[in-house]
Ligand binder design. Structure first.
Ligand code: ADP
Ligand code: MG
Length: 411
């Protein structure tokens, strides 16, 4: 997306080395600095036989790229924007086991070879400026519920809500803000948060992330305390197929929730495409960011209010051809929306979900029951009043007629 000529969504594709493949063929046949050719074998993909697909991105990172290269080649410039007042987001995206968490977090010690984007970004921010104070927030979206990862009263989930915010688009009020005076302090806090994150073992990943995690570095003016911007770092959970992950029970439910929120993200990205096309033709459609908590939180970064870098993580084994193509297609749509300037309208709330509707119906029924009770009370009161009035009238008539009779007798 560009605004005044400036690109606000950048898309990179990153391929993880497949240590276990022992030189097996890959479904990615060629990688140049900005393009990727995916050539799935017929056996791996029934519907799109032997067709080669070429995808163009802002940057591609082949298997030889180190964690340091990923950060140094472009991310300091993105973070610099936050120091100038523009919020930024860096997010990983891809199938489960493709290296998203390794790329975003890796080893959380900033000096190490395996340190991911998060520890490097923290170190960079603290090295860069002493005039800005930095606070940390960490949030997890688990089964469509928000959890504060820096709040010690977890695991009882704190009910957090996403609200509209004039400055940042959307925020989560009440999320714990941990102050940090140096990088090591911020990282100690982040490590605690990461430990609270839900992970489980699946067939494709020993420590599969079962939730989306967002870490925000909130930058404020050290003198006035005014918030300048936010640097968001998001490690998404990966899309997963039950036949590959071998999950059941609550892990299957988690997988379903992850897939639903990722589908909502895909629909939002497609929706932005449609929005742009229709806007060119003079008509306009809505983009439904309210379909999931993930899309609501990412809304400012997808709708041009902040800048973002999406890193598509790919595990290029032939058996992953289907997922690789899906990831590439998603990235292509993201790349597509980064070409034209636009300002999005916020969509109205999505059609009511079944549960929400049932809750409302229950509320109405309860309200109805209340009304019926009130009606019965009113009727009983009216009956009492009528009886009282009738007695008063009768007493008055009796009294008048008796006093008249006495007066007549007396006279
Ligand atoms: P995801 O978060 O996408 O599900 P992970 O980041 O957890 O996947 O990666 C799965 C496994 O692969 C982890 O053990 C991780 O250390 C390893 N891994 C991923 N990418 C790389 C890489 N580029 N180099 C070395 N190991 C990697
Ligand atoms: Mg992960």
């Amino acid at each position: 997306m560009t605004q005044g000529g400036e690109k606000t969504i950048v898309v990179w594709a990153k391929f993880r080395p497949a240590a276990e493949d022992g030189g097996n063929p890959s479904c990615v046949s060629h990688v140049s600095p900005t393009s990727v050719q995916v050539a799935p074998q017929a056996s791996a993909l029934k519907t799109e036989r032997r067709k080669a697909f070429v995808f163009n991105f802002d940057r591609t990172l082949d298997q030889s790229v180190t964690q340091e290269d990923v950060f140094e080649h472009g991310l300091p410039a993105v973070i610099d924007q936050a120091f100038l007042g523009r919020s930024v987001l860096v997010s990983t995206y891809g199938q489960t086991g493709s290296g998203k968490t390794y790329t975003m977090c890796g080893d959380l010690e900033p000096g190490g070879r395996d340190a991911g984007i998060l520890p490097r970004a923290v170190q960079y921010c603290f090295d860069r400026s002493r005039e800005v104070s930095i606070q940390v927030q960490m949030l997890e979206i688990y089964n469509e519920e928000l959890r504060d990862l820096l709040c010690s009263d977890n695991p009882s989930p704190k009910r957090l809500q996403i609200c509209n915010d004039r400055k940042f688009g959307t925020t989560v009020p009440g999320l714990h803000l941990a102050p940090a005076s140096e990088a090591s302090e911020a990282l100690a806090c982040i490590r605690q948060g990461i430990e609270r994150r839900r992970t489980s073992e699946t067939k494709v990943n020993k420590a599969s992330s079962r939730s989306h995690v967002l870490c925000f570095l909130v930058l404020s003016d050290a003198v006035s305390g005014e918030v300048i911007s936010r640097i968001g770092m998001c490690d998404l959970a990966g899309s997963e197929r039950q036949n590959k992950t071998g999950t059941s029970g609550h892990k299957l439910k988690e997988g379903g929730s992850i897939n639903r929120s990722l589908s909502a993200l895909e629909r939002v990205v497609s929706g932005i495409h449609d929005y742009q096309k229709q806007k060119q033709k003079g008509s306009m459609s809505h983009v439904n960011f309210r379909d999931s908590k993930l899309t609501r939180i990412l809304q400012p970064f997808l709708s041009g209010r902040g800048s973002s870098v999406f890193i598509l993580c790919v595990s290029a084994l032939p058996g992953n051809a289907h997922e690789t193509l899906n990831t590439m297609k998603f990235g292509q749509r993201l790349q597509g929306i980064s070409q034209q300037p636009f300002v999005l309208q916020v969509a109205p709330a999505s059609p009511m979900s079944g549960t929400h509707r049932r809750n409302l119906e229950a509320e109405f029924a309860a309200a109805g029951a209340g009304d019926r009770q009130k009606q019965e009370r009113d009727q009983a009161f009216a009956r009492l009043l009528a009886r009282e009035c009738a007695w008063s009238l009768l007493s008055f008539v009796l009294y008048s007629s008796l006093s008249g009779a006495f007066r007549a007798l007396w006279s």
